[in-house]
Structures are given as C-alpha cells and as structure tokens.
Design a protein around this ligand. Structure first.
Ligand SMILES: Cc1cc2nc3c(=O)[nH]c(=O)nc-3n(C[C@H](O)[C@H](O)[C@H](O)COP(=O)(O)O)c2cc1C
Ligand code: SF4
Length: 340
C-alpha cells in the first residue's frame, strides 16, 4: 500500500486515493468558501496519495445539488486554485484531481437521455448533448490550466453519463441509445473531447458504476466492456463504484471488490481503483495483492483525514461506521457521528 505507482504521467507516492466527496459548502454561485482549504490541506498532511475533490459542475444546468461547487465559470477558478495550492504547499507530495460532473436527471435542468418512468425529465436534444460534451472539455482545460494534477470524469451514481450507460434510463432510439456501444458513445465522446483539450500526457480518470443493482440496466459485463474501450483509448485510471455507493449497512467490506476484480481481468494494464466499504487494513492489502492497483475511500477520510498515516503506524481498521450522518453538514463536510 505504501509503494509509489504512476497514473499515466503522474507519480503517486502510495496506493491511497480519496474518492470524490462533495463538501456541501459552496456559495450559491458555486464558488468555494475558505474552509475548503483546510479540509484539503488536512488530507494532504494525512498522507493521501491522490485526493479527488468533490464533484464540480461543468455548466450551470448540470448542478446536482445545493452547495455544490462549480468549474463552469472563470469566477470559480480563484477559489479552486487556492484549494490546489493548499494541497501542494504541504509539500507532502499529495496530488489533487478535479472531478467533473453533470447531474442530468438529478440536476437543476432535469435533462436526461430519455424520460424514466415516474420522473419528470427533459429529453436531451442533439444540441444539448453537443453542448455538454463541449462543456466537459472546457472544464477539463480550466482544471489543467489552474494546476490540478488530473481530472476525473464522473460517470457513476446515476448522474448524466451513467444515465446514458444504463439501458433502463436510456431508452433513446437514435445513435446515443440502444445497444451498449451507442449508450457508451456519450461517455467516450466526453473522454475524447477532454483528451483533445488536455493532451495525451495529462492524466484523465473515470469513475464508473460496476453495477446498478438492485435496479437492472448496467450489469458488470457492460461495465467491463466500457472500461476496456476506455483503456484502449488511453484512459489513465478507472475507479470502480456502483449505484448504491453509500451503503449504510453492509455485511462484508469492500462491497464492489468482486465486480472490480472482474473488470480488472478485462482491461489489460490500465490501473484500477475500487471504492465502497473499504475499512480494514487487512482487507485492503488483500485487494491490492489480488488485483487492485489503488484503494479508494470516501467516508473513512471524512472521519479520519489522517487515516493513511494511522494505517502506516499500525492501525487496523477505520473508525467510520458508515452511518451517513455526514450528508448536509452545518458548515462543511464533517463526521457528525463524532460530534454528536
Ligand atoms: C458525503 C458524501 C459525498 C459524496 N460525494 C461524491 C462526489 O462528489 N462524487 C462521487 O463520485 N462520489 C461521491 N460520494 C461517494 C463516495 O465517493 C464513495 O463512492 C462512497 O461513499 C463509498 O465509499 P466509502 O465506503 O469509502 O464511503 C460521496 C459520498 C459521501 C458520503
Ligand atoms: S458521519 Fe458516519 S458515515 Fe459519515 S464519516 Fe462519520 S461515521 Fe462515517
């Protein structure tokens, strides 16, 4: 867990990734508040190899929830730059990536590939699709320009790109819907647009569902096929999650590990990370040994930003009990189980 590994051109000094975690603290215009700087500096001081910042909306209409931060406008960039600097100036070697997102059905615009049963959505036109693809590219250019070490495309958790991947949510009968290749063409177009803007040497990552269980529309075989297509196009790392990403109760740790292993067997040499219920050092070491290049954590780092340091000094298990009380914090994301 403590050996370095490259993600594309990026040197990461250990195998710990902080999976993107929304901070729920931005101003109504998407600019960040000062508390972000300490939050991210603490993760760097805690020895996280790669920190993926909470999702950023790439255009106003893709904003997924209140207090979400943006990268849609030039006026967003000063605050984001200070977050990057707060990580880099710790001089621990921690790297920071921007996660780029459009909420689709779960956004201000309620734009979606098609109208799912019981939902009030606006079906995306060809122009809408082109505009979203272009906005992802612009956002990625901005991220690179202001100093993020990498970008991650959010294609999981039932946000727009994963809505397109799902045969349940994507009922289109044009070239963006139907078979898996068509459903994946939106994500692949976003990837290509970003690549064309940031160049071949800049690390681009994708977070993807490995399943949308208990619903049905994106099984692990589809996730493996899409991951392989991305690997063939030069993606630098795939992070494996699932639709039910934040389980409160789980009877075994690392609940997407089996799917992640299946995907890893299909993607050649592209590095992979797995997120979801990773808690014990013994278990994560086993995942590393069996197939995972990196291990990602979200809630454990909310509770213990210095968890990596503690693992290095012999701690056996993260303290997070997965109660999910940390959503909608009074100021900025924090462990509310500890405070109460
Ligand atoms: C408060 C909170 C905010 C989250 N925000 C994001 C996000 O912005 N982007 C994302 O991809 N996942 C987000 N997630 C999901 C996590 O990255 C992760 O996939 C999930 O919590 C499971 O991992 P864990 O068991 O280590 O917490 C969030 C999770 C929590 C608890
Ligand atoms: S509030 Fe619960 S889920 Fe969130 S970090 Fe604390 S223990 Fe973990």
């Amino acid at each position: 867990m403590f050996n370095p590994r490259k993600i594309g051109s990026l040197d990461v000094f250990n195998r710990f990734i902080r999976s993107a975690t929304a901070e729920f603290a931005a101003n109504s215009d998407g600019t960040v508040i000062d508390e972000y700087y300490e939050l991210y500096a603490n993760l760097a001081l805690g020895e996280v190899g790669l920190i993926i910042q909470g999702h950023l909306y790439i255009m106003d209409e893709g904003k997924a929830h209140k207090k979400m931060a943006g990268i849609a406008h030039e006026y967003h960039l000063d605050g984001l730059k200070q977050i990057i600097q707060s990580v880099h100036k710790t001089q621990t070697g921690s790297k920071i990536a921007a996660q780029l997102n459009h909420g689709g059905l779960h956004s201000v615009s309620k734009k979606a590939p098609s109208v799912p049963e019981g939902k009030n959505a606006q079906v995306m036109t060809e122009e809408d699709i082109e505009s979203v693809i272009s906005s992802f590219g612009i956002a990625a250019s901005r991220a690179k320009q202001i100093g993020y070490d990498a970008v991650q495309i959010h294609s999981a958790h039932e946000y727009l790109l994963s809505q397109f991947l799902s045969s349940r949510l994507n009922q289109r009968n044009d070239s963006w819907g139907g078979n898996l290749e068509n459903r994946a063409s939106f994500l692949l177009s976003v990837y290509r647009e970003i690549r064309s803007k940031v160049g071949s040497n800049y690390p681009v990552l994708v977070k993807i569902n490995s399943t949308d269980e208990p619903k049905q529309g994106f099984p692990v075989e589809d996730a493996a096929a899409v991951s392989k297509w991305l690997a063939d196009e030069g993606l630098d790392l795939i992070e494996i999650s699932g639709n039910q990403s934040i389980r409160t109760k789980f009877d075994h740790e690392a609940y997407f590990a089996k799917n992640a292993q299946y995907i890893k067997n299909n993607i050649g040499d592209m590095p992979l990370s797995v997120v979801g219920g990773n808690r014990s050092f013994e278990v994560i070491q086993q995942l590393r040994h069996e197939f995972a290049d990196f291990i990602s954590f979200s809630r454990p780092f909310i509770r213990e930003p210095d968890l990596v340091h503690k693992f290095r000094n012999g701690k056996q298990k993260a303290d997070c009990i997965s109660c999910n009380k940390c959503f909608n914090p009074p100021l900025i994301i924090t462990c509310l189980d500890k405070i109460i």
